[in-house]
Design a protein around this ligand. Structure first.
Ligand code: BJW
Ligand code: ZN
Length: 236
């Protein structure tokens, strides 16, 4: 903790990669592990275009469940600490895999949402997208004015990340003196590749998680525990 505090003090450029663990303390379920799974499904079974085609009702149910949980959630001390950090560091980029809006609600400004936004719906035919703030989407399946089916405005397996957003995430990882990896299992690519990219470009990498992950052995420091406790302590 002391060493990381020192790195943080000296850093001019900080990039952060967040995952579902950051919103877990706000009551939003994670994706993996016993606590994370929705019913018996793995995220790989639901978060893909084939699942929407095969079983639109199931996919809609999953997203409605998550929309309701996110609608009820409030930012936790980790979200607020990250917003606070943004004010103190000259160059600060928050790269989030999360599709909720809790970082923005906490006051973070420079957020790169590399896996999209759960409040957006996008037409599978004409590509138009808009915000739909309802916790539950009623129609099955919901339709666009053009007759196309509407889907969540998120990135599923096998789909490209939004290019502009991803390029900015890469730049931030390459420019960082310090790279924080918070509350992610780091198994989903290309998001997880940012860790190695930052490290190769010279950044110190610090991970905060309640459990060790696949990247723990490759990084400079591991701070175990709930990030809603660790990060506020680190920046205090
Ligand atoms: C706490 C805590 C607390 C709990 N405090 N910590 C290279 C190698 C291998 C595979 C690939 C590769 N490149 C591409 C792939 C394929 C694929 C992939 O990664 N597969 C692997 C899983 C094997 N990737 C893709 O398909 C990506 N697209 C792509 O590569 O495009 C190019 C391409 C095109 C065409 C063909 C092939 C390639 C897209 C990936 C999209 C991922 N989408 C999802 C769903 C988003 C929409 C939605 O939310 O509905 O993103 S999947 C899901 O996983 C979601 C998350 O953002 C993502 C990461 O999960 P995360 O955040 O890490 O959550 P968990 O649950 O896994 O972990 C939580 C962590 O928190 C745990 O560690 C806990 O311990 C911890 N925790 N409480 C601190 N209080
Ligand atoms: Zn349309």
């Amino acid at each position: 903790m002391e060493q990381t505090r020192e790195w943080l003090k000296q850093a001019r450029s900080v990039a952060v990669l967040t995952g579902a663990g950051v919103s877990a303390e706000s009551g939003v379920p994670t994706f993996r592990g016993k606590q994370g799974l929705w019913r018996t499904y793995r995220p790989e079974d639901l978060a893909n275009p084939q699942a929407l085609h095969r079983d639109p009702r199931l996919v809609r149910e999953w997203y409605n469940c998550r929309r309701s949980a996110i609608a009820k959630a409030h930012p936790n001390p980790c979200h607020y600490a990250l917003a606070d950090l943004e004010q103190r560091i000259p160059e600060f980029t928050l790269v989030s895999q999360n599709v909720d809006d809790l970082h923005e609600q906490a006051g973070s400004r420079n957020v790169l949402k590399i896996h999209g936004d759960i409040w957006l719906v996008r037409c599978t035919e004409c590509g138009r997208q808009h915000i739909d703030p309802r916790p539950c989407l009623p129609e099955l399946p919901p339709y666009c004015h053009c007759g196309g089916i509407l889907r969540p405005g998120v990135v599923w397996f096998g789909e490209d990340l939004p290019q502009n957003v991803w390029c900015r995430a890469l730049e931030a990882a390459r420019a960082a003196d310090l790279f924080l990896v918070i509350g992610t299992s780091a198994v989903v690519y290309p998001a997880a590749s940012l860790v190695r990219i930052a490290k190769r470009a010279g950044a110190r990498v610090v991970e905060m998680n309640i459990a060790e992950t696949v990247i723990t052995s490759e990084i400079d420091a591991f701070l175990p525990g709930p990030c809603g406790e660790i990060l506020p302590k680190l920046i205090s």
